[in-house]
Write a protein that binds this ligand. Structure first.
Ligand SMILES: C[S@@+](CC[C@H](N)C(=O)[O-])C[C@H]1O[C@@H](n2cnc3c(N)ncnc32)[C@H](O)[C@@H]1O
Length: 243
């Protein structure tokens, strides 16, 4: 999306230009770089989002739509699923995939997470897959995003985050960091043709918060009952917070 300045020049939001450039090989690289574990982790996140039969669910920063598509195919009944992203190229891929899967119950929204076109306390659940890091790690708009997420959730609403994390075990942590350097930044950058994007991915995952820091961030926004479940020794994890 971007915004026009007075001189007619496009002003990109943090990371926006980078995400506009990667959709063509984005899904393929996710599968290759995680040995398809990303699909399993998203499936677990979708199950968590659907607990308690919510009627209004948002896949925030949907990208190529994988979480929204899982939600739409796993949901029972007539829940409304929305999927928001500021990257039109990402959303085009997501729309095509939803159509191919015959799913008509997803509303795609081109918008920014810092000011979403949604009313106060509209949603039962917000899910976010592998984008919480983008919204919070060294992002100048971090507080705006967190308060916006809190604003649109109903009281008792759930915020479900699936994200890379930090293994507790020092050996596992070193292996994870080596993997990020060699496979994600090196091979990912080469296969994608977007070295800068995959260097950013590796560096942000390497330096991202500990689970306890994520918890503090959510509590300081107003969330309560923050629960964390590590996957694969903590290279990724599921965090669920309640408003
Ligand atoms: C790493 S991708 C994750 C995509 C998807 N959720 C997945 O599971 O693969 C991050 C996505 O967040 C989107 N994004 C980043 N910052 C955003 C913002 N401020 N508002 C809306 N979307 C944003 C990007 O365009 C990109 O599609």
């Amino acid at each position: 999306m971007g915004t026009e300045t007075q001189t007619g020049k496009k002003q990109w939001r943090p990371l926006e230009k980078m995400f506009n450039e990667v959709p063509a090989r984005y899904d393929m690289l996710n599968r290759v770089l995680t040995w398809r574990l990303d699909e399993r982790w998203r499936r677990t996140a979708a199950r968590k989002c659907l607990e308690g039969e919510p009627t209004r669910i948002l896949d925030l920063c949907t990208g190529t739509g994988d979480l929204a598509i899982r939600l739409a195919s796993q949901v029972n009944g007539s829940a409304k699923i929305q999927a928001l992203d500021y990257s039109q190229p990402m959303l085009s891929v997501a729309r095509r995939k939803a159509e191919k899967n015959g799913l008509q119950n997803i509303e795609f929204i081109n918008g920014d997470a810092s000011s979403m076109p949604l009313e106060n306390e509209e949603l039962d659940v917000i899910g976010i897959a592998f984008a919480f890091r983008n919204l919070t790690y060294k992002n100048p708009d971090r507080e705006k995003f967190l308060h916006e997420i809190y604003r649109i959730l109903k009281p008792q609403g759930k915020f479900v985050i699936i994200e890379s994390s930090q293994p507790e075990n020092p050996l596992m942590r070193s292996l994870f960091r080596l993997y990020l350097k060699v496979f994600v930044a090196g091979i990912g950058g080469w296969l994608s043709g977007h070295r800068r994007a995959y260097r950013y991915l590796a560096a942000s995952a390497r330096n991202f918060y500990e689970p306890g820091e994520v918890r503090k961030l959510l509590i300081s926004t107003g969330f309560q009952n923050v629960e964390y479940q590590p996957f694969m020794g903590g290279i990724a994890g599921l965090t669920v917070a309640t408003k």
